[in-house]
Design a protein around this ligand. Structure first.
Ligand SMILES: N[C@@H](CCC(=O)N[C@@H](CS)C(=O)NCC(=O)O)C(=O)O
Length: 209
């Protein structure tokens, strides 16, 4: 399998999951702005939408959308228990978290804060959305070690990666002490360290969320 990624972006999420699954893969770096693939070529020939992540399977099939990619990888390595079994309520709850992170935190929260042309007043709308959503996550993580309860799952890697962006857009995570402790636990996982090293992200500031 081949994962197309841009360092520190949402593709770090499936990158972590590939290390967790211990499946053979190669990681190919893409410049998310110029769309140039590091080893040569235009990324839009791989994924016409031009964004990462994308996974190319051994038979050439293209799979996009982080939430779908990580579930596919999890199901290839069921012994790793990275996602509950398909068809169970637990799997649906995992999907609820993945959808929450990609819609409410990623696109409806952090993404607009990266846009250079976005007026501050508009950014404030998204900051206040993030405040409410992080308060919800903090309360949940005050009662649970992981998003799904007692056990690690791909949802935890998703929150870890998206919340990394807080330091890039000056969004203060320090009031969310349970989120911060959770992040420290996830960051310490060998698979997370491996993916971050592979993307040139180590050391990532520890105290500054
Ligand atoms: N819906 C996609 C969104 C992926 C996405 O937003 N990727 C960003 C990096 S975090 C990107 O490549 N942006 C460049 C672009 O949109 O052209 C997913 O959830 O996987």
């Amino acid at each position: 399998m081949k994962l197309f990624y841009a360092a520190g972006s949402s593709s770090l999420f499936p990158h972590i999951v590939l290390y967790e699954a211990e499946l053979p893969f190669t990681a190919v770096k893409v410049d998310e702005h110029s769309k140039q693939i590091e080893v040569g070529g235009d990324y839009r020939a791989v994924n016409p939408l031009g964004y990462v992540p994308a996974l190319i399977l051994e038979d050439g099939t293209l799979l996009t959308e982080g939430a779908a990619i990580v579930q596919y990888i999890s199901d290839l390595a069921p012994q790793k228990k990275l996602a509950p079994v398909n068809g169970t309520i637990e799997r649906a709850q995992l999907q609820a978290w993945l959808n929450f992170f990609s819609s409410e935190l990623h696109k409806g929260g952090f993404s607009p804060l990266f846009y250079a042309g976005m007026p501050e007043q508009a950014k404030d709308i998204f900051r206040s959305r993030l405040l409410r959503r992080f308060a919800h996550l903090d309360a949940h993580l005050s009662r649970n070690d992981y998003l799904m309860g007692a056990d690690y799952s791909v949802a935890d890697a998703h929150l870890f990666v998206i919340s990394n962006w807080a330091s890039w857009v000056n969004f203060d995570l320090s009031p969310y002490t349970h989120v911060i402790r959770f992040r420290d636990r996830i960051r310490a996982r060998p698979a997370v360290q491996s993916a971050m090293k592979a993307e040139g992200l180590v050391p990532w500031p520890k105290s500054q969320p």
